[in-house]
Design a protein around this ligand. Structure first.
Ligand SMILES: C[S@@+](CC[C@H](N)C(=O)[O-])C[C@H]1O[C@@H](n2cnc3c(N)ncnc32)[C@H](O)[C@@H]1O
Length: 255
């Protein structure tokens, strides 16, 4: 299976490899515990301006993608949904507007502080998605936006998702993708690989917004993710590309 770490990298405090003069040599991305620590530190650093940058860098499309992700769950009002890797809580707020109950979980204290500020009434927990402090079958749905490539162990995440979902519960994972169309792919790579680090560096943190384009390397292909989900307790797994293939949405039902 491609990615989720191709090479071993030394422990990194944040992503120094991307800050250094070696950056042009494309050093290996961190893996294992080093990745988890680096991801946590990075999101703590960028939490304050995270939502502003999201909107700017996607021309506001990120809101539409999150709406599509929540709606793809097909759950009605009153359903209890875990927002895994909730960050600043923007998916949880959509769930609440749909009259669903939301519970947020994230690794990063900084992101969770912003989530609590934005909506003090939504409970949030600091935890790793691969070791959720929730009982078996305790939620009706699980949604996770723009986090697949940030997880250290995708298989463990899917196993935990299946454990905490009730049988028949629904799951939706949203993340970036690389468009197959050559022209769109070219325009997208200019924006993603050049403009995003530049604008992100000016308004937030340079190493974090240089990591963002590179973190796509962690993502398995769509069909590999589908197979992984099918082998970890899900059925009716679907994989959809959104907006010309710059974003992908995976939905499934807990067996
Ligand atoms: C790009 S942000 C997405 C935040 C939010 N879901 C959104 O749509 O804006 C990725 C989030 O994943 C969180 N994260 C990464 N690995 C995690 C893990 N193993 N467990 C829980 N959260 C994790 C990060 O702390 C960060 O807040």
């Amino acid at each position: 299976m491609r990615s989720q770490a191709k090479e071993k990298a030394p422990g990194l405090a944040h992503f120094p490899a991307l800050d250094s003069s070696e950056a042009t040599l494309e050093p290996a991305l961190p893996t294992g515990e080093a990745k988890t620590s680096a991801v946590r530190a990075m999101f703590d650093t960028i939490a304050q301006r995270y939502e502003l940058l999201n909107g700017l860098l996607t021309f506001g499309l990120d809101r539409w993608w999150r709406l599509a992700c929540v709606d793809s769950l097909g759950l009605g009002s009153g359903a209890l949904v875990l927002d895994l890797a909730c960050g600043t809580g923007n998916v949880s707020r959509i769930l609440k507007r749909r009259f669903m109950g939301a519970l947020g979980v994230d690794l990063s204290k900084g992101m969770l502080e912003r989530a609590r500020l934005a909506d003090p009434s939504t409970p949030v927990l600091e935890a790793d998605g691969s070791r959720l402090p929730l009982r078996e079958g305790s939620v009706d749905g699980l949604v996770s936006a723009f986090a697949l490539r940030n997880f250290t162990d995708l298989q463990a995440i899917f196993h935990e998702a299946a454990r905490v979902l009730r049988p028949g519960g629904r799951v939706a994972f949203l993340d970036v993708a690389q468009p197959a169309n050559p022209l769109l792919g070219w325009a997208h790579s200019i924006w993603f690989n050049r403009a995003v680090p530049l604008i992100g560096g000016l308004l937030s943190d340079r190493s974090a917004y240089s990591y963002l384009p590179r973190s796509v390397e962690y993502l398995p292909t769509g069909s590999e993710i589908v197979m992984l989900m099918e082998s970890t307790g899900f059925e009716h797994v679907s994989h959809r590309l959104l907006t010309g293939g710059i974003t992908q949405l995976l939905c499934a039902t807990r067996t």
